[in-house]
Write a protein that binds this ligand. Structure first.
Ligand SMILES: *[C@@H]1O[C@H](CO)[C@@H](O)[C@H](O)[C@H]1NC(C)=O
Ligand SMILES: *[C@@H]1O[C@H](CO)[C@@H](O)[C@H](O)[C@H]1NC(C)=O
Ligand SMILES: *[C@@H]1O[C@H](CO)[C@@H](O)[C@H](O)[C@H]1NC(C)=O
Ligand SMILES: *[C@@H]1O[C@H](CO)[C@@H](O)[C@H](O)[C@H]1NC(C)=O
Ligand SMILES: *[C@@H]1O[C@H](CO)[C@@H](O)[C@H](O)[C@H]1NC(C)=O
Ligand SMILES: *[C@@H]1O[C@H](CO)[C@@H](O)[C@H](O)[C@H]1NC(C)=O
Ligand SMILES: *[C@@H]1O[C@H](CO)[C@@H](O)[C@H](O)[C@H]1NC(C)=O
Ligand SMILES: *[C@@H]1O[C@H](CO)[C@@H](O)[C@H](O)[C@H]1NC(C)=O
Length: 395
């Protein structure tokens, strides 16, 4: 299918000394000879595709620029792809389903429009000496890459790095990511580092071991850290505003969350099922949460002294003793008060659950009981002695 897409017009028959340096559409390389024929082109105008049946090593030497795409899609026999002089690809650099590709060498490549790589299990490293500095969109999935050395972006719009099981570090030295950022399931020990990132649109992290975002100030969408087995702390010293939802869910070893500057959350605020998070949750500057605030787990203290507006539901359930905190939050709930939505604050429960779970049904997180004003909330599964001490607070 992909072969057909890129099949026309094909290069001149075997034996031609040189190729046209300009095509409408795509030229398709079948073998080393076809690739060699491009060497007379300093700039190749058009796109270059590697044919599905190609088994030769492909070296596109001497060519400095390809104005269109460079594509190898479903090329199961290709092991080596290189270009000794290529500095720019005006379109997409697409490598999909090139199972035995092990050697990718573009020592001078600096600019591409998009990177779309997937299904490259044998590609362990990039031989990109200068390194790609500009790309609008990068999507790297299901590769054997052990590092992204060679992708040293100064700017990027969307950045997706998913399912690269051998990857240990993802680091980006950009100040802004205007599209989605997703670093997920790259093995359990991927450290994610964004030393200069100031603003991003939507940030999603799964199975990361560490997160460094020292300069991050605003996230115009959502921010989430999920299913990370080894991350121990999340510290966003300069994060002030998240316009979407903040989610920190299912992180096995997470012991500390520090958002000392966070003032405003435009969506919900979810801290859930982080079993090792058994200390204090302190958000000293947090003023407004436009969605639901839904914390449940094993923490022993929740402090949000600046809180002045929670529009959605408010749910705190923990195995820890937060009786005093519940008393405080109970005193600021109500339609014309700080906490406007359905309220539950349950201390010392052995089965902490999400918003909506406290009014008698035992449904999990997500269910929000609205319009339930006046109902008496109670908790289930309290340990005997703790049951008496549990803060059972109703509207
Ligand atoms: C490459 O990115 C830098 C910012 O890092 C920008 O100043 C420059 O204009 C970009 N170059 C191209 C050709 O897109
Ligand atoms: C990282 O980015 C900053 C500011 O954009 C720049 O000053 C610095 O040289 C960059 N460092 C590297 C290693 O690219
Ligand atoms: C987020 O919004 C702010 C203010 O509108 C803007 O300055 C910033 O560039 C935006 N960030 C992104 C990543 O779009
Ligand atoms: C882990 O993240 C913190 C910031 O939260 C940073 O200071 C530290 O250098 C990072 N460690 C590693 C090994 O990346
Ligand atoms: C944090 O933000 C403040 C105020 O915008 C700025 O002065 C400071 O340099 C930032 N810190 C970092 C590590 O970027
Ligand atoms: C934004 O992030 C959230 C989690 O933080 C994720 O569920 C959602 O799919 C992301 N949206 C986009 C468009 O990337
Ligand atoms: C959590 O991290 C913050 C900032 O890194 C630190 O000041 C605080 O002492 C830590 N708290 C705990 C309980 O480890
Ligand atoms: C509380 O801690 C226990 C023991 O570590 C764990 O099994 C349980 O899942 C934790 N509960 C939540 C909601 O994180």
């Amino acid at each position: 299918m992909s072969f057909l897409r890129y099949a026309l017009p094909a290069l001149a028959a075997v034996g031609s000394a040189s190729a046209a340096c300009s095509v409408q559409g795509t030229t398709t390389i079948q073998n080393a000879g076809d690739a060699g024929a491009l060497a007379t082109c300093t700039t190749f105008t058009g796109s270059v595709a590697i044919a599905t049946g190609t088994t030769d090593n492909i070296a596109i030497n001497n060519v400095r620029a390809i104005t269109g795409d460079l594509v190898a899609e479903d090329v199961p026999g290709l092991t080596q792809l290189s270009g000794d002089s290529l500095t720019s690809i005006g379109g997409a650099f697409t490598l999909q389903g090139v199972q035995i590709l092990a050697d990718l060498s573009f020592p001078r490549l600096v600019i591409v429009d998009t990177i779309s790589w997937g299904g490259l299990p044998n590609l362990q490293s990039l031989d990109f000496t200068t390194g790609i500095q500009n790309a609008t969109s990068v999507d790297i999935e299901n590769t054997g890459l052990q590092s992204l050395d060679g992708v040293n972006l100064g700017s990027v719009n969307t950045f997706t790095v998913v399912n690269n099981g051998a990857l240990q570090t993802v680091s980006l030295n950009v100040t802004e990511i205007s599209g989605a950022l997703d670093i997920s399931y790259n093995g359990d020990n991927t450290a994610a580092s964004f030393p200069n990132l100031n603003t991003a649109l939507n940030m999603t992290f799964r199975s990361i071991s560490n997160l460094s975002i020292p300069r991050l100030e605003t996230v115009n969408g959502s921010f989430g850290v999920f299913e990370s087995q080894t991350i121990q702390y999340i510290n966003a010293p300069n994060l002030t505003e998240v316009e979407g939802t903040v989610s920190i869910i299912n992180n096995e070893a997470l012991a500390n969350i520090s958002f000392p500057s966070l003032t405003t959350i435009g969506g919900g605020f979810q801290i859930q099922k982080n079993p090792a998070l058994d200390g204090s949750l302190v958000f000293p500057e947090l003023m407004a949460v436009a969605g639901a605030l839904d914390f449940y787990g094993n923490f022993t203290d929740v402090q949000m002294p600046a809180l002045s507006d929670v529009k959605g539901a408010f749910n705190i359930q923990t195995s820890g003793d937060v009786t005093d905190d519940c008393t405080h939050f109970n005193s600021i709930k109500g339609r014309n008060n700080v906490i406007k939505g359905p309220f539950a604050c349950i201390s010392r429960t052995n089965d902490p659950k999400g918003a909506g779970s406290a009014s008698g049904t035992s449904s999990g997180s997500g269910a929000q009981k609205t319009g339930a004003a006046g109902h008496l909330e109670f908790s289930h599964g309290l340990t005997g002695a703790a049951g008496v001490l549990a803060a059972i607070l109703a509207l």
